[in-house]
Design a protein around this ligand. Structure first.
Ligand code: FMN
Length: 145
């Protein structure tokens, strides 16, 4: 049983490269063993993350993520059972939204900024999918998975 979960949150403090590196390292160390794939999108102080995988694995990871003190105001944007993965190429791809074309952000939001708190879960998911399609998502090694 595969599920896809999307949430948004606010960083507890201004995001530094070392905080992001640590989160991505944890994700890429832990997620493959659990069969979890996804993408983490971030800006100055916001996260959007999509997680895909088995229902138990995704729900348990989400529980751990919600308790993580590096972010606050965790909001579940969407949760669904799925027949197949859309983000299967990424143990945890990442996108720095500060480097994304403004027109792409305007396509899905009221302003050229990441604000998942002000748009539907559907719009945030569509933005993540388009970020993959445009090649904006990267892994640290520069190659998927
Ligand atoms: C925004 C955000 C996204 C995260 N994503 C993941 C993830 O995809 N996988 C993961 O294992 N941990 C992720 N974490 C870290 C978890 O909250 C938790 O610290 C970690 O799973 C504990 O792993 P450990 O037992 O190996 O230390 C994330 C944390 C934050 C703040």
């Amino acid at each position: 049983m595969l599920v896809r979960l999307l949430y948004a949150s606010r960083a507890a403090a201004s995001l530094t490269a070392s905080v992001m590196d640590h989160i991505l390292e944890q994700s890429r160390t832990n997620n493959p063993a659990k069969g979890i794939t996804g993408v983490l999108c971030y800006s100055d102080d916001l996260f959007i993350q999509v997680l895909e995988g088995g229902r138990d694995e995704v729900c348990e990871l989400f529980n751990a993520i919600v308790r993580d003190s590096r972010h606050v105001e965790v909001r579940l944007l969407s949760y669904e059972e799925i027949a197949e993965r859309r983000f299967g190429g990424w143990t945890m791809g990442h996108v720095n939204v500060g480097k994304v074309n403004a027109s792409l952000l305007l396509k899905y939001g009221e302003r050229a900024e990441l604000n998942p708190f002000a748009c539907s879960g559907h719009a945030s998911m569509a933005l993540l999918e388009e970020l993959i399609a445009t090649g904006a998502v990267t892994s640290r090694s520069g190659v998927p998975w």
